[in-house]
Design a protein around this ligand. Sequence first.
Ligand code: SAM
Length: 335
Amino acid sequence: MNRTKNILTDTFGREHTYLRISLTERCNLRCTYCRPADGIPLLPKSHLMNFEEIYTIAKTFVNHGVTKIRLTGGEPLVRKDAHLILEKLATLPVELAITTNAVTVDRFVDSFKKYGIETINVSLDSLDPEKFKQITRRDYFRKVYANIMLLIDYGFKVKLNTVLMKGFNEDEIVNFIKFTKGHPVTVRFIEFMPFDGNKWNLEKMVSYKDVMTSVNNGFSENRVIRLQDAPNDTSKNYKIEGYLGSFAIISSVTNPFCDTCNRLRLTADGHLKNCLFSAAESDLLTTLRDGKSIEPVIRKAVQLKLKMRGGMNTLEKLKNPELHEKNRSMITIGG
Ligand code: SAM
């Protein structure tokens, strides 16, 4: 991986070496917590980055110290040129990763291997087919489950992303952890976060503390092992003694990890977001199409990054719809 003197550093000394690129706003699932109930107005194709623009923008970031790129969406694998994008990005000296709902993963495993993707994050909010259908509004549980098994068989490092919501799946915490007994995956429990149109409220959220209460009720204390978190990790990692896999908690709401944030986000329409929670954006795609350098725009955006959660530095601010509804819905950011 390259190490450059040019690293994108903000006013708090945080070095930005990780870029998440959303390839599309479209998705083959309809998860209620991710998008507004009536959907989103889809942008015309001409407003979205084409594969060459994705490559050019990504390369600029790599020249400025980015060492990891994650593809996300919408669902990144619904893009018709997804294979081509993987092929292009694989020529860059970066760790390439992907977040997917795994509905069509069977069509991509060979490309993932070929283009050096090792870690794959898969969204899975329930182990119960009926509940899966309820939250995603699609009947794809069996397909997704089979594809997760396929990824494991192919030797990918699989992380399952599970957004917890009260009254929906918080009763599955122990079951999800038991799933890691015989499967070498990490289940990551994510606190439900507020975005435009996702009907968030704090009462629906299952917190880090709530997860640990379920863990301590489900397993004897001496079997719960706290693991070392990786640098810049957003999650607190644990495992149950003797289990093949592990579990983790991502507590963006109750215990954010902004101090070590190294992430920048590029939306499918080529806008740079310096924080998941920030409504402010910088339009790199128009700058590129105008034939101008995107570098100063990127630098300025990084300099403007606020210390915590796009300025929503207290729970009170995060709870205020006037603040979090200025941001995009998650389906158009990419998580
Ligand atoms: N389609 C892909 C998938 O399903 O993984 C990638 C896009 S999805 C927006 C990326 C991640 O964001 C998923 O793991 C999803 O669970 C998470 N996510 C979406 N809305 C969320 C919310 N309101 N709070 C927490 N996580 C959320």
